[in-house]
Design a protein around this ligand. Structure first.
Ligand SMILES: [Zn+2]
Length: 316
């Protein structure tokens, strides 16, 4: 890939957890001996995952960074890992992900150098350097998929990891089912009536936080229909003019968020299901001074925040 970050694909700033500029180098996955080859080349580095938590160095308050170690200093860990996957290459370095989920928590310290702590990526994501955030997000999503596919969904036999972690094969030769990494598409949309934005909140969120409406795409639906359905279910509002904004990998645990704007054709809110606790219209002034109303916007690393901020920027 010619550029460190492929920002020419966008006409706006990139969302968190994507646009890493990582070359996925799919040719490396083809060789069953890929790990030995990379060990020999000596240019590989690894990131660590344990039960969907990522290893991060938290020594400097407010300045976390991903724990990334050279492959050739962690060969003992590789031998004890549940799984080792190839993520891709960047600037001449090959990046691998190591899953240690089967190791009991009190044994981790013996196995791994004390150069970080296993942390939920959501706790540190906005503070990480963008490439590191994207790398850990990718690794988290891929290893979560592995954790959920240890047995064949067709016949129940144990599965075998192939293609450097990018394919899983059923070990039962009479079945032979192949599985590929899964990403669940979800739509997320800022609905507006020109002057106000429609935001909602879920009961489990921190008090006062409101965000754009969202939901998973269902089989047989277009993205536009999913946007309209979710807005109808959550607010009983009719919409038109669904426009794509941008997308974001969201590995909590394995989604891609597809961001849209849409125009409201009606404004009276009535909730049709209990997915959201509250839905309200907020005008530009309210949103710009949200804290003074005892409310907060969604997290900095979310596409929901981008949708709201980009919409506010269009309002002078
Ligand atoms: Zn099978």
């Amino acid at each position: 890939m010619p550029e460190l970050y492929p920002l020419h694909l966008l006409n706006k700033k990139p969302n968190f957890y994507g646009f890493s500029g990582l070359d996925r180098s799919a040719h490396i996955r083809q060789d069953e001996g890929w790990l030995k080859i990379l060990e020999k080349q000596g240019n590989a580095k690894v990131v660590f995952s344990w039960r969907s938590q990522s290893m991060v160095n938290l020594d400097k308050p407010g300045e976390p960074y991903a724990t990334i170690l050279a492959l050739n200093v962690v060969s003992e860990i590789v031998n004890k890992a549940d799984n080792v996957v190839f993520l891709g290459e960047k600037s001449g370095i090959a990046y691998l992900g190591i899953d240690l989920s089967s190791i009991e928590e009190d044994r981790l310290d013996e196995l791994i150098p004390s150069v970080g702590v296993f942390t939920d990526l959501r706790q540190v994501g906005p503070l990480l350097e963008r490439f590191e955030g994207s790398l850990l997000a990718y690794n988290r999503a891929l290893l979560f998929w592995h954790q959920k596919n240890k047995f064949c969904g067709s016949c129940g036999a144990v599965t075998r990891v192939t293609k450097a972690g990018h394919q899983i094969n059923c070990s039962n030769t009479s079945c032979g089912q192949l599985f590929f990494p899964r990403t669940d598409p979800a739509v997320i949309m800022l609905v507006h009536d020109g002057e106000r934005a429609l935001l909602g909140r879920q009961q489990m969120w921190k008090p006062g936080m409101y965000s754009t409406l969202a939901g998973f795409l269902e089989p047989g639906e277009t993205l536009e229909e999913a946007v309209a359905r979710e807005v109808w279910e959550e607010a009983n509002i009719d919409i038109a003019d669904v426009r794509y904004h941008s997308s974001q990998p969201w590995p909590f645990p394995g989604s891609i968020m597809l961001g849209f704007y849409a125009e409201a054709k009606s404004t009276f809110i009535r909730r049709n299901d209990n997915e959201v606790e509250d839905v309200q219209w907020f005008d530009v002034n309210q949103l710009r001074n949200f804290a003074s109303y005892g409310k907060s916007l969604p997290r900095l690393d979310s596409i929901a925040r981008r949708l709201i901020e980009d919409w506010l920027e269009t309002k002078v």
